[in-house]
Each structure stands twice: as structure tokens, then as C-alpha cells.
Design a protein around this ligand. Structure first.
Ligand code: GDP
Ligand code: MG
Length: 306
């Protein structure tokens, strides 16, 4: 942890007073439940607004935001403390590159977690996408599947979906609420599919959806808080969702050797052991035995005085 500097969360004072008050309230709620450290992992496709959302939560520009591909495809952890409470947020590179899942990124994330958070837990996963995307496709399901394969299905007990670009005018004469519910339902369906959450398990995996508008042009209310088209100040709302997930009684995801090295790392090799043994038997041991037998037979056939 030497390289990990935990700074005082001073940027919280940048928020409007009304937002600050709600945030301090929520942090107090966490502390009252003996949660003194909260670790949030942020994942999703590239360019959906992961880094912007991290900056919005912290209240200052701590990670690089880029309209184009990020220059440093590495995870970054931002740690801030406030009256004995520590918030860790891990921003990660996009999981999709050129239309394919980038498995290398998932490996990088896991080894990063192994270096900085060994034996600690991931308390909340923010799965980020945009509100203003109208379709989901197989790739979305594949991303969720890749996350599930690497972190286990239980990570979805600790997940919230975050939809950025929330300040939009819905198309096709849909109301904002209708559009939001259609978009979140289709994405949640993808998540359930990718995570292998069956119909009967839906109640067990309640995944909340939070809306985010990172743009500087986001509308504000009379208290200077950034608001959604519905009027809800979204930063306190997002932190409320994060708090709810953190306190939802399900265990966080433990960062241990098994998670870092992959649950299948050993098993995958084990499948081949019988095959290798069989190969050795039929193609190495048997031929050698045959050779020895043939040799012995030849020896026997020869007159002993030869
Ligand atoms: P990342 O690749 O997922 O980390 O995405 P970034 O945070 O780097 O954002 C990609 C681009 O989208 C940048 O140009 C951001 O300014 C922009 N962006 C991110 N979130 C929002 C949002 O909520 N609303 C709008 N209008 N733009 C956003
Ligand atoms: Mg980024």
C-alpha cells in the first residue's frame, strides 16, 4: 500500500451545501454500521463516462477523461478519507476494444486489485453505460459474462448500474420516465443473461439503476445542485444507491489469491492430467514396453554363446 496515498477528502467542500449535507449524512450512516472503508470498482465499456463519474463523486478532476481512447490503459485507485472514513474508487480501462472483449484488461484489473487490495473487499461494483443508447446487443451480455467469469456471480449482489448522459430528451414521444424504464430494463435483462441470473433468482439479485449527468451543462436546482430532468439531485442520489448496496447484507467480493489467479486457473490444467497420463501410457510407455519385449525376444532367440 506504500504507493497508495490516502488524502483527506477536501473536495467534498466543493459541493453545494445541500449536497454536502446529504453526503455527510450518508457517510455517517455507513460509519454507524461499522463501515469505515468503502471500495468501489467502476467497470464498463470505453467512453461511457466511467472516469467522469469518478471525478463527479470525488468532486474534483482526479482521473483523466477523454472523448477518445484513454492514453493510460491501466486501473487507477483514488482514495479519500474523512473523519476516519476511507473511500476507495477504482477507475478502470474500457472492457471493450474494437468490438471485442479485452480479456487483458480484466487480467490487469485483477492483478491491480491483488497489489493494492489483497484480503480487502470490493464493496460496490458500478457497472457504467449510457442512458442515451437505444440498443443492447450480444456484446453487452458478453461483457457481463466476462465480469462474472472473473469475479464470480456474487459480484452482482453488490452491483449498481449507472447510466450516464442522463440529461436527454427521449425520442419517439416517450416520456423521460418511460424511456428510462425501457432502457434500464433492457440493460438489466442483458446483465441477468450475462451473469446467469435465472428467472427465479431475480428477487435475490436486486440491481439498482442510478442516473448520472457529468456534463458541465447539467441543469441545477435552486440550491445549485446538479439535477436530472426529473428534478432529482443526482450526486446525493448516486451516493445513496452506493450506500444501499454497501449495506445490503450481502457479502462484498473478497480480493484473494483465488480471485486474482482465477478460480479456474488450476482446474483448467487438471482436466488435462488424465489426458496427459493416457498419452504417456499409449504413446510412450507402451511403445517402450513393446521395444523391450521385442528386444528380449530377440535376445532369447539368439544362441547364448553368440
Ligand atoms: P470512460 O472511457 O468510460 O472513462 O469515459 P470518460 O469519462 O472518459 O468520458 C468519455 C466522454 O464522454 C468524455 O468526452 C466525457 O466528457 C463525456 N461524458 C462522460 N459522461 C458524460 C455525461 O454524463 N454527459 C455528457 N454529456 N458527456 C459525458
Ligand atoms: Mg476512463
Amino acid at each position: 500500500m506504500a504507493a497508495q496515498l490516502i488524502r483527506e477528502w477536501t473536495a467534498i467542500q466543493q459541493f453545494p451545501a445541500a449536497t454536502q449535507e446529504k453526503l455527510v449524512d450518508l457517510l455517517g450512516k455507513l460509519k454507524s454500521q461499522d463501515v469505515n472503508m468503502l471500495t468501489i470498482l467502476v467497470m464498463g465499456k470505453g467512453g461511457v463516462g466511467k472516469s467522469s463519474t469518478v471525478n463527479s463523486i470525488i468532486g474534483e478532476r482526479v482521473v483523466t477523461v477523454s472523448a477518445f481512447q484513454s492514453e493510460t490503459p491501466r486501473p487507477v485507485m483514488v482514495s479519500r478519507s474523512r473523519s476516519g472514513f476511507t473511500l476507495n474508487i477504482i477507475d478502470t480501462p474500457g472492457l471493450v476494444e474494437g468490438g471485442y472483449i479485452n480479456d487483458q484488461v480484466l487480467e490487469t484489473i485483477k492483478s491491480f486489485l491483488g497489489r493494492f487490495l489483497l484480503n480487502k473487499t470490493i464493496d460496490v461494483l458500478l457497472y457504467v453505460d449510457r442512458l442515451d443508447s437505444y440498443r443492447v446487443d450480444n456484446l453487452d451480455t458478453q461483457i457481463v459474462k466476462a465480469i462474472t467469469d472473473n469475479f464470480g456471480k456474487q459480484i452482482w449482489h453488490k452491483a449498481a448500474v449507472v447510466l450516464t448522459h442522463a440529461q436527454l430528451s427521449p425520442p419517439d414521444a416517450l416520456s423521460y420516465e418511460e424511456f428510462f424504464s425501457k432502457r434500464s430494463e433492457s440493460l438489466l435483462k442483458c446483465v441477468r443473461q450475462g451473469a446467469g441470473i435465472g428467472k427465479r433468482e431475480v428477487q435475490k439479485f436486486v440491481i439498482p439503476v442510478a442516473l448520472v449527468e457529468n456534463s458541465g451543462r447539467c441543469n441545477k436546482n435552486e440550491h445549485d445542485e446538479k439535477i436530472l430532468p426529473t428534478g432529482t439531485p443526482w450526486i446525493p442520489n448516486l451516493v445513496q444507491v452506493i450506500t444501499d448496496v454497501a449495506l445490503n447484507e450481502k457479502a462484498g467480493v473478497l480480493v484473494d489469491k483465488k480471485l486474482i489467479e482465477g478460480p479456474n486457473a488450476n482446474e483448467r490444467g487438471k482436466i488435462f492430467i488424465p489426458l496427459i497420463l493416457a498419452f504417456q501410457y499409449f504413446f510412450i510407455i507402451k511403445p517402450i514396453q513393446k521395444l523391450i519385449k521385442a528386444d528380449a525376444a530377440r535376445e532369447e532367440a539368439k544362441p547364448s554363446w553368440e
